[in-house]
Design a binder for this molecule. Structure first.
Ligand code: SF4
Ligand code: SF4
Length: 284
């Protein structure tokens, strides 16, 4: 069986609802232009880290020495009917959960990966934890496309997924195969632009397709900002994140989420402020 298919089956067994691969390398001038505009127009608000390590962000081979292949994984989470806390935040910290699962993936496939890397296999796993464009890599690996709301949309698993990335020194030629090319060719070019996400955004942060102004975005204001706005008018009462532009999208599915991402559901339903003891202390 080709290496890609062996790895894909392993990723499915481990619960990932998307898996793909792409050759490591520079993301190219179009991505450089878009990132440059995002920063120069100030849409990154006080996320100063977006303006640092730009070269590495645009070329994963500068971030990981010897990088030859990028694998991307999708971890699903459930929808929760909580108006003030984003659905993804109803369980354990996804950074650790997903990285642990990628490490398990490597252990399950170590012999094949070592053979493909001539006995010198090396890798790093990332989940929203380094200057790497996870969504762009997920698209390049064939997991989906970017919707007007800027979420990754998987044609099979929808929008409620978190992305994990593994960068390794396995030559991409060892992974590339007809099945991978066929998987990538089956992904639609875009979402269809129904406009529901733009209409659903309560602040105007998403005022045109593919363009979010973090300075107005509730997700930024409640989670990433150095001076958070929570439970007030600026955040429209939200405490942690915002799913309005996500929930509005017709590409959503009923794909079951991992239990780890829902284990605090009842606790948060009883007292939403518990989010700060469960999650916020890890970030601030
Ligand atoms: S997360 Fe909320 S505030 Fe931010 S763009 Fe989406 S709908 Fe608008
Ligand atoms: S809500 Fe409509 S416009 Fe927005 S991402 Fe989904 S399909 Fe695209």
């Amino acid at each position: 069986m080709p290496l890609y298919e062996t790895l894909q089956q392993s990723a499915q067994r481990l619960g990932f609802v998307g898996f793909g691969a792409a050759a490591a390398g520079a993301l190219g001038p179009e991505m450089e232009r878009r990132l440059g505009e995002y920063i120069s127009e100030g849409r990154n608000a006080d996320m100063d880290y977006m303006a640092r390590n730009v070269e590495k962000r645009l070329d994963v081979t500068l971030l990981v020495e010897g990088a030859r292949t990028v694998f991307a994984f999708l971890a699903p989470y459930d929808h929760h009917d909580n108006p003030v806390i984003a659905s993804y935040a109803h369980g354990l910290d996804y950074h650790k959960v997903i990285k642990d699962r990628i490490h398990a993936f490597v252990e399950e496939n170590r012999a094949s990966l070592e053979a493909a890397a001539n006995g010198d296999f090396a890798y790093r796993a990332f989940t929203d934890s380094a200057p790497i464009m996870e969504r762009e890599w997920a698209v390049r690996c064939g997991l989906g496309f970017i919707g007007c709301n800027t979420f990754l949309i998987s044609p099979t698993a929808g929008l409620r997924t978190l992305i994990g990335v593994m960068v390794c020194n396995v030559p991409f030629e060892e992974v590339d195969c007809m099945r991978l090319r066929r998987d990538k060719a089956a992904v639609p070019a875009d979402c269809g632009r129904c406009g529901a996400c733009i209409n659903a955004c309560p602040t105007g942060a998403l005022s045109e397709p593919y363009t979010i102004d973090a300075r107005k975005c509730i997700s930024f204001l409640t989670i990433e900002s150095r001076t958070p706005e929570r439970g007030n008018d600026a955040s429209h009462g939200h405490l942690w994140g915002c799913d309005c532009c996500l929930d509005a999208c017709p590409w959503n599915t009923d794909t079951p989420g991992w239990p780890e991402f829902s284990c605090n559901r009842e606790r948060l339903a009883a007292d939403p402020e518990e989010i700060f003891s469960i999650f916020a202390r890890n970030r601030k």
